[in-house]
Design a protein around this ligand. Structure first.
Ligand SMILES: [Zn+2]
Length: 234
């Protein structure tokens, strides 16, 4: 059997293995497992983000508290306003202005407190939602890990049968050519061996060089100059 026939036979069997590999990679069993795993990996980062938000809100609460104390202090000036106006003849219009300014500060402080309360509520809800999801994902991770492990075990058995067959077939292939085949396979090139039709690679359409044509008819294993697949002629 010629080298190219051996390669074709190998590729035919290898295609079954590739199909199994693809099935395993896109299986629902793997998806559920990877989804849970990714979530669990990123959960600490999400928790850190919520922590940072909570710390920021705490700083803001401290600032608003201080602003409130300052306002309360300023309001004390008005406690004895009656006597000041009556007995000391203080200027009412000056106090009226101060009162209006204080009123404005109180209004703006109230708005900030409302907004802070809403933010605290949102962060709290975010935290609760995350906690719920972490609990659910912990369960999914545990379950899907077991399911996926069993699935992989089954696939491994199916693959082992093909791999044994491939090992036998590889014995008939020149080691240097076989190494090239494996490199192409790892680069996800498939099919690796393509038919030449009308002196052109049937996969990419590039015409063979004169040297390529000669080598092909002499039975040498030739690679497409463009897509680097092995070529054969029927
Ligand atoms: Zn090509």
């Amino acid at each position: 059997m010629s080298q190219i026939d051996q390669l074709l036979k190998y590729q035919q069997e290898d295609e079954k293995l590739i199909k199994l590999e693809q099935e395993a990679a896109s299986s629902e069993e793997r998806k559920a497992y990877v989804q849970a795993k990714n979530f669990m990996t990123k959960a600490p980062e999400k928790l850190d983000q919520i922590d940072a938000k909570a710390a920021e809100l705490e700083r803001m609460a401290g600032r608003l508290n201080k602003a409130y104390e300052e306002l309360a202090e300023a309001l004390k000036d008005f406690d004895s306003l009656d006597e000041m106006v009556k007995d000391e003849g203080a200027d009412v219009s000056f106090y009226k202005k101060s009162a209006l300014a204080l009123q404005e500060k109180i209004r703006s402080l109230k708005n900030e407190i409302n907004s802070l309360t809403a933010n605290v509520k949102a962060v709290d809800e975010e935290y609760k939602a995350l906690k719920k999801k972490v609990i659910a994902m912990q369960r999914q991770y545990k379950e899907s890990h077991a399911v996926y492990a069993a699935y992989k075990e089954q696939k491994k058995k199916e693959m082992a049968v093909i791999e044994d067959e491939l090992k036998q077939l590889a014995k008939g292939i020149d080691p240097a050519i076989f190494a090239k085949y494996q490199t192409k396979r790892s680069e996800r090139i498939f099919p690796i061996i393509c038919e030449v039709r009308a002196d052109r690679c049937s996969k990419c359409g590039i015409e063979l060089s004169l040297a390529g044509k000669e080598a092909l008819s002499s039975g040498t294993v030739v690679e497409c100059e463009n897509c680097h697949r092995f070529l054969y002629k029927k």
